[in-house]
Design a protein around this ligand. Structure first.
Ligand SMILES: [Mg+2]
Length: 238
């Protein structure tokens, strides 16, 4: 069940007409294997771009920059490994997502019931390429339907090719709000990292839900609701 953090929310304003879903760590639980794959890919890039520097030193610099940018890919780009798009292209060469994303038919069925019961629209917005985002959603089991939707998702957006920047860029959320064509308070942004998906959404007046998969929730004033899994979303829509 969802835990309501900001109890002062006006129930009249709480009807949700659009949910913006993060993908990694939100629609599927992050696996240690995938984190390991990213760490190894980072090391390959370090070796390629900075052959004369130590891995320890580079890792420290990377972590420092990541603290500011919030995005690993953006951090690698800032370090000098190419543009955001170029860094992601290099990283993807070393990722085997099939190994880390399990099919989840229960989730597919859940979303199909959810869209039958509630008129809210759903978008998936991921830090990465659109084509890779579709691939990850396909691995979960979502399929392109005749209605033009991809599973429940009216839009699937990879921020790197669409915006050339990564979440939490305010530019992305401002554009999502523009495209949504509904008041911000009718939009719910759902993600597993408050600073990435919730803070920029909150700044624009959207509602926010942190998804934890049972981990202790981070403390952040921009969290309206805490939910454990995507299945808990229904309790926020009634
Ligand atoms: Mg995430």
């Amino acid at each position: 069940m969802a835990e309501i953090i900001h109890r002062e929310l006006d129930p009249q304003k709480s009807s949700i007409s659009l949910i913006i879903w993060d993908v990694d760590g939100t629609l599927y639980q992050s696996s240690p294997n995938l984190s390991e794959q990213y760490r190894n890919a980072n090391k390959v890039l370090f070796k390629k771009w900075f052959p004369n520097r130590s891995e320890v030193e580079l890792t420290q610099e990377f972590l420092q920059i990541k603290e500011q940018t919030k995005s690993s890919t953006q951090a690698l780009s800032n370090m000098g490994c190419g543009s955001l798009v170029e860094v992601e292209q290099q990283l993807e060469l070393y990722l085997d997502t099939k190994k880390s994303i399990q099919p989840n038919q229960d989730l597919v069925v859940f979303f199909s019931k959810l869209t039958d019961l509630y008129p809210a629209r759903h978008w998936a917005v991921r830090n990465g390429f659109t084509v890779s985002t579709i691939e990850r959603l396909s691995l979960i089991g979502f399929e392109k339907g005749q209605d033009g939707l991809f599973g429940p998702f009216e839009k699937v957006i990879g921020t790197f090719d669409t915006y050339q920047v990564a979440k939490p860029s305010q530019l992305i959320f401002a554009d999502l709000l523009r495209m949504a064509n509904v008041p911000a308070h009718k939009i719910l942004s759902v993600g597993d990292r408050a600073e990435i998906e919730l803070t920029p959404a909150k700044k624009l007046g959207m509602q926010t839900a942190l998804i934890t998969y049972g981990k202790p929730a981070e403390k952040n004033k921009d969290i309206d609701y805490i939910i454990q899994t995507p299945y808990d979303i229904e309790s926020l829509m009634q």
